[in-house]
Design a protein around this ligand. Structure first.
Ligand SMILES: Nc1ncnc2c1ncn2[C@@H]1O[C@H](COP(=O)(O)OP(=O)(O)O)[C@@H](O)[C@H]1O
Ligand SMILES: [Mg+2]
Length: 179
């Protein structure tokens, strides 16, 4: 079942939910998002997205498919050890963070994370709760919940007009389009 609520008011966060039956669905939605992010990221645009979900939910996997769809070549490593992995997607710089092992707020300054968040481009963060109080307000939140090995329930929340615009590009596909 699919339920999409797009709330017009800019004050209210809009949200949309989907089901991914398998990783192919994850890849399809990543490709849709790559398309809807492109105009938001052109001309030094900036988008910040939080990725929520338990270990193994698919945060890194979704990011891999998204970056691939944006044109990133080569391996997309999980940033769980380095905290951040950076990529170039054409003209767009992407910083992919994982704060799972982040426990020293001093590192926020020392490692220059503040500057990375202030720079244009796409910023994605796994485990944002571990850096609570340091991160800016996200444009988008993705919440992934595993239902079984392959199936995920997927909730998107937009907190800004940019996030809202990005969500408008996401549409149900496959069997869900007829649900
Ligand atoms: N529908 C799906 N969406 C995303 N990943 C899936 C899906 N079904 C199975 N997987 C698998 O689940 C695992 C997710 O791992 P990963 O992306 O590293 O999780 P996280 O970064 O959230 O800890 C991968 O092995 C991926 O192949
Ligand atoms: Mg991960």
């Amino acid at each position: 079942m699919t339920h999409v609520t797009i709330v017009a008011s800019p004050q209210a966060p809009s949200q949309a939910d989907f089901v991914w039956l398998d990783e192919d669905d994850c890849a399809r939605m990543a490709a849709q998002l790559a398309q809807s992010l492109a105009p938001l990221l052109s001309n030094d645009g900036s988008v910040f997205m939080e990725l929520h979900g338990t270990l193994g939910a698919g945060k890194t996997t979704f990011t891999r498919h998204l970056l691939r769809a944006m044109g990133v070549q080569g391996r997309v490593k999980s940033p769980s050890y380095a905290v951040v992995e950076s990529h170039e997607a054409g003209d767009v710089t992407v910083h992919h963070f994982d704060f799972y092992r982040f426990n020293d707020p001093q590192e926020w300054e020392d490692a220059g994370f503040r500057d990375l968040f202030a720079a244009p481009g796409l910023k994605l963060t796994e485990w944002p709760d571990k850096a609570a109080g340091l991160l800016p307000t996200p444009d988008l939140r993705l919440h992934l919940t595993p239902m079984d090995e392959d199936q995920r329930t997927v909730l998107w929340q937009a907190l800004t007009a940019r996030g809202h615009a990005a969500l408008l590009g996401l549409t149900p596909f496959g069997a869900q389009a007829h649900a």
